[in-house]
Design a protein around this ligand. Structure first.
Ligand code: NAI
Ligand code: MG
Length: 366
């Protein structure tokens, strides 16, 4: 059977950037004889408009069946006043929760043509390609007890950092599996010096390594030192695995080593399915960008690179993923720039669809 993909374009610029991904899917069918069974459905505000809920049960069921879900973005001012239970974001949260997507992958990849965009020195970021794996479904954002309580004559705010052995082990496995497809190197970050959950994190990651992935190079680092090292010399890392809270901070930090929000892809992975590949949702990091929606200004590259991640991690088409990334590299080197990428050095201004067309054209030669 052909690999199956559910496209949920969503709201705002979501459908605009997704239209460019569809051109790439078309190219694979026509030029490489790689066909995908693509289905499309609604998520977010557009789903609320049609069904009164940001994610219909049938859509949820479809997401559980396919090899991968590709999502655009959800939300917009039109929906800001909706009750929390039906807000567009709830559609996304339901997908993540019911698919149990516990490993959030955020690459920080620097395309040479954009190295000047970084706030760091060019030689620190040029050629950078690292991956942060953040635990997404547990830790201090979920642990009990939590709440604001009264203690004596004052209030106290409480959150609890809590990790079970199995929660740590499964995200560690995700990181080791990724490393095997990359540079075979994992650095685990916690604060075992001051946190019990950190002590357990370090022990379990080491145990999973020793028993199941002895050939992957593993190191451990305190997360605060990790933040320093990420800005000092990020190229020392390949895969970084860390908890929900530290991962939230470190992945945002790493992302900005390399430039614009319009360039950043992500993946959220869950447990392996029958075919051995993980349950997966791919999406750009950016939102629905209502300020530029409908104007042909959105940069489609974040969504295109999210599809490239799907090729690599869900469809076992790593070479084809590299082909897409090379095509992106080429159009950037040729100077093509959507508005968000227009720096002081200038470039050829292009619209969303012109950028997509250029990437498709570059696929022929990449
Ligand atoms: P945003 O990411 O939509 O936009 C932030 C800024 O970056 C805006 O100035 C926007 O024009 C620009 N931008 C974002 N993506 C771009 C692209 N591909 N090309 C060029 N410029 C781009 O975040 P914001 O404005 O905070 O939120 C807007 C809406 O999106 C809200 O309703 C929010 O809830 C929702 N949102 C949805 C997310 C998702 O679907 N995963 C994530 C973040 C926000
Ligand atoms: Mg964050």
């Amino acid at each position: 059977a052909n690999p199956s993909l559910l496209i949920l374009a969503g709201d705002g610029i979501g459908p605009e950037v997704m239209a460019e991904v569809k051109k790439i899917i078309g190219w694979f069918g026509a030029k490489r004889d790689i066909a995908f069974d693509v289905s499309e459905d609604l998520v977010g505000g557009c789903a609320y408009d049609k069904h009164g809920t940001p994610l219909a049960d049938e859509t949820m069921a479809k997401a559980q069946e396919v090899d991968a879900v590709l999502l655009g973005a959800v939300g917009g001012p039109k929906y800001d006043k909706l009750d929390f239970s039906v807000k567009p974001e709830r559609g996304l949260l339901r997908l993540r929760k019911e698919m149990d997507l516990y490993a959030n992958l955020r690459p920080a990849q620097c395309f040479d043509a954009l190295a000047d965009f970084s706030s760091l020195k060019k030689d620190v970021v040029a050629g950078l390609d690292i991956m942060i794996v953040r635990e997404l479904t547990s830790g201090v954002y979920f642990g009990e007890p939590r709440g604001i309580f009264t203690e004596g004559n004052e209030r106290v705010g409480i959150n609890t950092q809590r990790y079970t052995e199995s929660e740590i082990a499964r995200v560690a496995r995700s990181a080791f599996e990724l490393a095997k497809r990359r540079d075979n190197k994992v650095c685990s970050m916690e604060k075992a010096n001051v946190m019990e959950s950190g002590v357990l994190w370090r022990e379990v990651v080491q145990e999973v390594h020793d028993k199941e992935y002895p050939d992957v190079e593993l190191s451990h680092m305190y997360a605060d030192a990790g933040a320093m090292q990420l800005t000092r010399w990020p190229k020392q890392f390949d895969v970084i695995v860390t908890d929900n809270l530290f991962g939230d901070l470190l992945s945002d930090l790493a992302a900005m080593l390399t430039g614009s929000l319009g360039m950043l892809p992500s993946a959220s992975l869950g447990a392996p399915m029958a075919n051995g590949r993980p349950k997966a949702l791919y999406e750009p990091v950016h939102g629905s960008a209502p300020d530029i929606a409908g104007q042909g200004k959105a940069n489609p590259i974040a969504c295109i690179l999210s599809f490239a991640m799907a090729l690599r991690y869900s469809f076992d088409l790593g070479d084809e993923a590299t082909r897409v990334e090379k095509a992106v590299e080429k159009v950037l080197a040729d100077g093509l720039r959507t508005a968000d990428l227009m720096g002081p050095e200038g470039g050829k201004p292009v619209s969303t669809s012109e950028m997509g067309d250029a990437v498709v054209k570059a696929l022929d030669t990449s």
